[in-house]
Design a protein around this ligand. Structure first.
Ligand SMILES: [Zn+2]
Length: 431
């Protein structure tokens, strides 16, 4: 008997230790709060309850008509809303090691830290992450995603590209070593249409469900210029055609207006950063339905810190140009461009609560608090083509739900510390 009990104890400990389920979760759950922001409506719902069963939201009903059999959880003084979507991230980067980290530590080590990083993000309400290439020669994020999907670990939903595809000397190349040194860059280096096709096929083969291309130079890298266009027209059209045949969307890193406009005309699904967008960029993005992921807060975070290899390249234009850029983001939003939350801070060692500050910078640019929230929920889900799965509190969607103290429409910083997190019906954090 002792042995049997002991065995049960061991087995239970083993499974609780590995459990993908987080806290135990009732099968049928009714969540009630002061207000519900559903990610789609312009106004919060009041007097309503979200009904979840297993992994899904099965209905939104009046809190007075919750059917029998539901375990009711009340979030007094709080707001329920969809789990947050980070549309642009690099989970395997450490603090301040952009372009260096992959030269120093293995992909496996980065993946272990990246998993811990993503679990912290999930604890802070980020239920979906789009990876926009990473500081990793191999496919660490794809392995993390696989282990999460297999139920080995708890973590957010992951989509995106393993690498940024860059020309020789571009923003994904290592441009700070002597010509005698041959190292493998963090980006996937490809020149000419044939190599671009091969790079895209390789990305897809190993699990990327987005293609990330470095159409212009970058700010945080050594030896290239964000105001220059890197991709030739032939390379751009080869990329669009190749990814298109596989039904894989392209995200284009682009700062220079010429690069933004070429990429939008060619048919990319999203523009990343888009720092020097002009009226023509806005017109084209509206016409083509291109999503715009500005990633503002990362520039604020690093400005003046001296921490990056290419710090001065980031600071000089960034600090003098920031206001004009934010004005242009507002112009784009007002014109109908679909703006999406992307944080771009990288991973391990950055405090997880600061990621939600991207919402505050979008509000500073001129989005309403509700539009900023949509940019990190339903609009981001549409960009991912996951609007039938996540990004809203709607019947039939996955139960990715968070609660925050107070009202984020009055104080957006409340998104920095969610009090409750549920992913696919599993409770990850509770008040
Ligand atoms: Zn990035």
């Amino acid at each position: 008997m002792f042995h049997l009990n002991f065995l049960v104890f061991i087995v239970l400990t083993f499974f609780v230790g590995l459990s993908p389920n987080g806290f135990s979760t009732p099968d049928s759950s009714a969540l009630v709060a002061d207000r519900i922001i559903d990610g789609i409506s312009q106004k919060p719902l009041t007097g309503s309850a979200i009904l979840t069963k297993d992994e899904k939201i099965i209905d939104i009903v009046s809190e007075n008509s919750i059917p029998d059999g539901y375990i009711i959880t009340r979030f007094d003084g709080m707001t329920l809303m969809p789990g947050l979507i980070n549309g642009h991230e690099h989970p395997l980067l450490h603090l301040d090691d952009y372009q260096n980290g992959h030269l120093q530590v293995s992909s496996a080590y980065k993946a272990l830290l990246g998993l811990a990083t993503m679990q912290r993000w999930l604890q802070h309400g980020w239920t979906t992450i789009r990876v926009m290439g990473d500081g990793d020669v191999f496919y660490g994020n794809q392995d993390i995603r696989r282990a999460i999907e297999e139920g080995v670990f708890v973590g957010p939903r992951i989509t995106g590209a393993a690498h940024y595809i860059s020309i020789t000397g571009g923003g994904g190349d290592i441009n700070f070593l002597s010509p005698e040194q041959s190292v493998i860059a963090d980006g996937l280096i490809a020149d000419g249409p044939e190599e671009i096709r091969k790079a895209i096929r390789t990305e897809i083969k190993y699990g990327s469900d987005w293609i990330k291309i470095m159409v212009t130079g970058a700010f945080h890298t050594v030896g290239d210029d964000p105001k220059n266009v890197a991709f030739s027209d032939e390379e751009l059209s080869a990329a669009i055609a190749e990814a298109g045949r596989h039904n894989i969307p392209i995200a284009a890193h682009a700062h220079a207006a010429t690069g933004i406009n070429k990429a939008v005309r060619a048919g990319v699904r999203s523009i990343e950063h888009g720092t020097y967008l002009n009226d023509e960029s806005i017109r084209l993005m509206v016409r083509n339905g291109t999503y715009y992921v500005p990633t503002i807060y990362v520039g604020d975070y690093y400005a003046g810190t001296g921490k990056l290899l290419a710090q001065e390249k980031n600071d000089d234009p960034y600090l003098s140009y920031r206001k004009e850029w934010l004005d242009n983001i507002k112009k784009a939003h007002v014109a109908g461009v679909k703006v999406v939350v992307g944080v771009d801070l990288g991973g391990y060692a950055i405090e997880p609560h600061v990621y939600a500050r991207e919402f505050a910078t979008l509000i500073e640019a001129g989005l309403s608090p509700m539009d900023a929230i949509k940019a990190g929920t339903s609009v981001a889900a549409e960009m991912l083509r996951w609007e039938d799965r996540v990004g809203a509190i709607r019947k039939g969607l996955l139960a990715d739900i968070i609660a925050v103290d107070g009202n984020p429409l009055e104080d957006i910083s409340t998104l920095e510390q969610p009090t409750f997190v549920m992913i696919g019906g599993r409770v990850i954090r509770q008040p």
